[in-house]
Design a protein around this ligand. Structure first.
Ligand SMILES: [Zn+2]
Length: 497
């Protein structure tokens, strides 16, 4: 009973408040108040992750997620449609198993294949295992006397990736992989065995540095089993590994982004975009990466519509697909909307789970900082916010940035992102529900704030400016880690230069 009275009090108090704000305050402040109050963002996320689950692009679950999101926008009376784009290759691990053995004993470690690894025949791929330590060039040179690595499985030792090593540790893992994979290809190794960087035999997968062009079988082995294998090798035992890898593979196919929009009334042809990727890897249920922020994007659209807010500029809500396998959905969007890119005022994306937003990466765009700081003032109590110049490579801002479109990536605290990254453990229970709500408030204020500006004091960059950005911030090493460097130098992706 007490509870009900309290609830009634709260309801009365909030409705009075919203009446007051609707008379005296701006649309942005109304939206902030509404986003702070309970909304369906958490129940949506629970549905997406528990009922639909992991949603690798190309799978039925991914299609289900696309239809689910479309339905959510339509339920909120926000106009939305699917937009198809091309994925270069289909890849799905159907089953996998491994056996480590010698003449006198054997064990069967848990393994997964890295994306775009080719399957084996039913007998599997059997070869000697060589311990290549951390896989740096010195280790390769020492071990490869008389072509000793040719045709062998190379066991690579990794550093533990946990919440302490965080996102920095994760990027180091990606950076190290570029050299390891190049060297393994050069010595004609049979394949690479990465020791899982997470303890407790937790498995994960992420894109190899060569992306869909990957030619080397790459597997991740449960850390404890890989350590056991390494100890045995170090004690002089000779070991072989048989990996049976059953892959569904196919050439290019079509997948769908979900694109929703709320039309602006003053500058309807100018577009302010907010996006998150709807696909995930298939081992976990993609709660932190990136279901949380899919729900956030949908919820912002829903609340703007519910408040009958008509922004000055058109706000586009993009749920990009194919991000995990090479950032193909947002690439597809920039191709489909090539004629409109000059009119894209900003493309903001969010992709670091539910870590607290502590600012934005402005991706080399000094010229947008003053304005972004300005639109953050209504949510100053959730700050402080820091704007960082560093261009982010590896998520959906990439093709906007490389097309000269001003873009933002939410900068977030590491929280529990790294330890669960692309792993079996990326599930709903890892989500910081309270912080997700606060992040949605910050993103909503930023997007509507920019959409409602009187004037936009920046423009799309020229090819020359984009080339300068690549040089100035030296992002080519990062481009290599995500298989994006070749297409830039070959002038097949990004602004023609
Ligand atoms: Zn992601």
């Amino acid at each position: 009973m007490k509870k009900i009275t309290f609830l009634l009090f709260v309801l009365t108090a909030t409705s009075n408040l919203s009446l007051a704000t609707s008379i005296f305050n701006s649309d942005v402040e109304n939206l902030i108040a509404t986003m702070r109050a309970p909304t369906p963002v958490i129940t949506d996320l629970k549905q997406l992750t528990d009922e639909i689950g992991g949603r690798l692009t190309g799978t039925q679950a991914n299609k289900n997620a696309v239809n689910w999101a479309l339905h959510k926008f339509h339920q909120a009376k926000v106009s939305a449609k699917k937009e198809s784009f091309t994925m270069p290759k289909a890849w799905l691990e159907k089953s996998i198993s491994a056996k480590v053995f010698n003449g006198s004993f054997s064990f069967s470690p848990r393994i997964v294949a890295m994306p775009f690894t080719k399957g084996t025949d039913y007998q599997g791929l059997t070869a000697d295992i060589i311990n290549i330590n951390k896989g740096d060039s010195q280790s390769f040179n020492q071990a490869n006397t008389k072509n000793a690595l040719k045709g062998k499985w190379l066991l690579v030792e990794t550093a533990v990736l946990d919440d302490e090593s965080g996102i920095h540790g994760l990027f180091q893992e990606y950076l190290d992989a570029v050299g390891i994979e190049e060297r393994a290809l050069a010595v004609e190794a049979a394949g690479i065995i990465y020791m899982s960087s997470r303890s407790q035999n937790l498995l994960y997968r992420h894109l190899p540095s060569t992306g869909a062009d990957n030619e080397v079988p790459i597997i991740v082995m449960g850390r404890e089993s890989a350590l056991r294998t390494q100890r045995l090798l170090n004690s002089g035992k000779k070991l072989k590994l048989t990996a049976k890898i059953n892959i569904f593979g196919e050439d290019s196919y079509q997948a769908d982004n979900v694109i929703a929009e709320i039309k602006g009334d003053t500058y309807p042809d100018e577009i302010v975009l907010i996006g998150a990727h709807i696909d995930s890897f298939d081992l976990g249920t993609g709660a932190l990466d990136n279901g949380s922020n899919v729900s956030l994007v949908i919820d912002i659209a829903r609340q703007i519509k519910k408040l009958d807010i008509v922004p000055k500029r058109t706000i586009r809500f993009a749920l990009f697909n194919g991000e995990e396998q090479g950032i193909y959905g947002s690439l597809g969007y920039t191709k489909t909307h090539a004629e409109e890119l000059d009119k894209h005022v900003i493309a903001a994306t969010i992709d670091i789970g539910t870590g607290a937003i502590n600012g934005f990466f402005v991706n080399g765009r000094e010229d947008i900082k003053t304005t972004v700081n300005h639109v953050l003032t209504p949510v100053a109590d959730l700050g402080p916010f820091i704007l960082m110049n560093d261009p982010v490579v590896g998520t959906d801002n990439y093709d906007f940035m490389m097309q000269g479109v001003a873009n933002l990536v939410a900068s977030q605290t590491d929280a529990n992102y790294a330890s669960n990254y692309h792993a079996e453990s990326d599930t709903f229970d890892k989500v910081d529900q309270k912080q997700l709500k606060l992040n949605s408030v910050i993103m909503a204020a930023t997007i509507l704030g920019i959409a409602n500006l009187e004037t936009i004091p920046w423009q799309r960059q020229t090819a020359e400016q984009v080339v300068n950005m690549v040089d100035k911030y030296d992002i080519e090493a990062s481009m290599k880690t995500f298989g994006l460097h070749k297409s830039w130098t070959e002038n097949t992706r990004g602004i023609k230069h």
